[in-house]
Design a protein around this ligand. Structure first.
Ligand SMILES: Cc1ncc(COP(=O)(O)O)c(C=O)c1O
Length: 433
């Protein structure tokens, strides 16, 4: 059994000074079982008790190369010695923007931000300003950050959502103004018919349809063939903006992200996470005629939008992604892991479905197919949690929450994949009992 004495003591200390003893609700796993971290290197992290884990949480996705990668950290260290913030524009950030535009076919103009929350918040503002409309369509189970605009129908139990024909938008937190509910329409992901119905009824009032390409915050549920095309097509037909939230998929499933993968041309796209390999960098961009309204009656900015650590981290990360076949290698190793997990679950007799991409994948137990959150909610989360728990005991750390995909980094080696599969088989057998 692993020793967690220091984590437990640190949790007690932390709870005196910060709510739940963590600086983001998602980091609280429960009393006495919330790990506190000490350091990371490559594919591994160590908790404060010195336990080492192969990390598949990768900070919920940002770490695409690995922890503490010298090429990235050296560039950041070099740049920050010349000052970190000036409220003026510098060349390094222009180079980052040029790299984004070169790598992603659909981005003609871009603005930097600091977090994914900011990026989606700004994209929504721009969409509303461009269309002169206020309503937003979002899909149940998608998460677009912590702002009040779209923190609706993210994690609620399926019963709370009402009939799929006329879903009830459910705020994901106290403190979100109820009146904002009149500006949002929620729908099950992949529901083509429901989406067409909503667009037929409300299309000309809708400023934007925002979606993750795959449900990166709900078991990595993939879009059904034609679903994202339909979203794009109806947005064009009714003059609404199509916002593709690539905060998790961007610079992870390919250099051009899901936009390129699915051959889409959204009006606006948002990025964060893998853009900076852990340094605080985000961006949103899209079509020139849409982006150009910023600064012409449309407000956007932020003190830290070009913070040097974030910009330098993004610069070095994008340069590596451009120069080396990093994402192709991640895909190949991720595929081996994903296939291995699939095979073990089959051999152990568990009905399941695999979802996501090799660079960020998940599985749901107890169903052969899952296409939206309502279906996903009915799958066996207890068994999933139990398997993850047993993996943790053996030094492999995917997230405990079945909603979070397993994130691959370039630092994961073939040997890490082998070890993970061995551990996974043991954990499944033990959890099944
Ligand atoms: C798809 C998506 N959009 C937006 C966000 C918010 O990003 P951040 O946590 O950087 O504010 C997240 C975070 O997980 C996300 O997964």
């Amino acid at each position: 059994m692993k020793n967690f004495a220091k984590s437990q003591a640190m949790q007690k200390r932390a709870q005196q000074i910060t709510p739940l003893g963590v600086n983001s609700n998602f980091r609280y796993w429960g009393e006495g079982i919330t790990p506190y971290v000490s350091k990371g290197k490559g594919a591994y992290l160590w908790d404060v008790d010195g336990n080492r884990y192969i990390d598949y949480r990768m900070a919920f996705g940002p770490i695409i190369l690995g922890h503490a990668v010298d090429e990235i950290d050296n560039k950041v260290a070099e740049e920050i010695r010349n000052g970190v913030l000036f409220a003026m524009t510098g060349e390094l950030e222009l180079e980052v923007e040029e790299m984004i535009i070169n790598m992603v076919p659909g981005v003609q103009m871009v603005r930097l931000a600091t977090t994914g929350t900011e990026a989606t918040m700004h994209a929504i503002r721009v969409a509303r300003a461009f269309t002169g409309r206020e309503m937003i369509v979002k899909f149940e189970g998608n998460y677009h950050g912590f702002h009040d605009n779209t923190l609706w129908s993210t994690y609620a139990p399926a019963e709370a959502y009402g009939s799929p024909r006329s879903p009830i938008p459910v705020p994901a937190s106290s403190g979100i103004p109820r009146t904002l509910g009149s500006l949002i329409i929620t729908l099950p992901f992949n529901d083509k018919e429901g989406f067409e119905r909503v667009m037929f009824s409300y299309g000309r009032q809708i400023a934007a349809v925002i979606t993750e390409p795959c449900q990166g915050n709900c078991g990595a549920i993939l879009p059904q063939p034609g679903f994202l095309d339909l979203v794009q097509q109806k947005c064009t037909e009714y003059g609404a903006m199509f916002i593709l939230d690539e905060v998790k998929t961007g610079f992870r499933i390919g250099n051009g992200g899901a936009q390129e993968y699915y051959n889409l041309s959204p009006d606006l796209i948002t990025y964060a996470k893998a853009l900076g390999n852990g340094y605080p960098a985000a961006a949103f961009g899209g079509k020139r005629e849409v982006m150009e309204i910023i600064g012409r009656g449309v407000a956007q900015g932020g003190t830290y939008t070009n913070n040097k650590p974030g910009v330098a981290g993004a610069w070095a990360t994008l340069k590596m992604l451009q120069e080396k076949p990093i994402l192709a290698e991640i895909e190949q190793r991720g595929k081996r892991l994903m296939d291995g997990v699939d095979q073990i679950l089959t051999e152990e007799g568990l009905v399941h479905t695999m979802n996501g991409y090799p660079a960020m994948f998940s599985f749901a137990i107890g169903a052969e197919q899952v296409t939206n959150q309502r279906e996903w909610n009915k799958t066996d989360h207890d068994l999933y949690l139990s398997i993850m728990d047993k993996m943790m005991e053996r030094g492999v750390m995917p997230d405990m929450d079945a909603r979070e995909p397993w994130f691959m980094a370039h630092a994961h080696s073939e040997a890490d994949v082998d070890e993970t599969l061995t551990v996974f088989r043991e954990a499944v057998r033990e959890a099944k009992g």
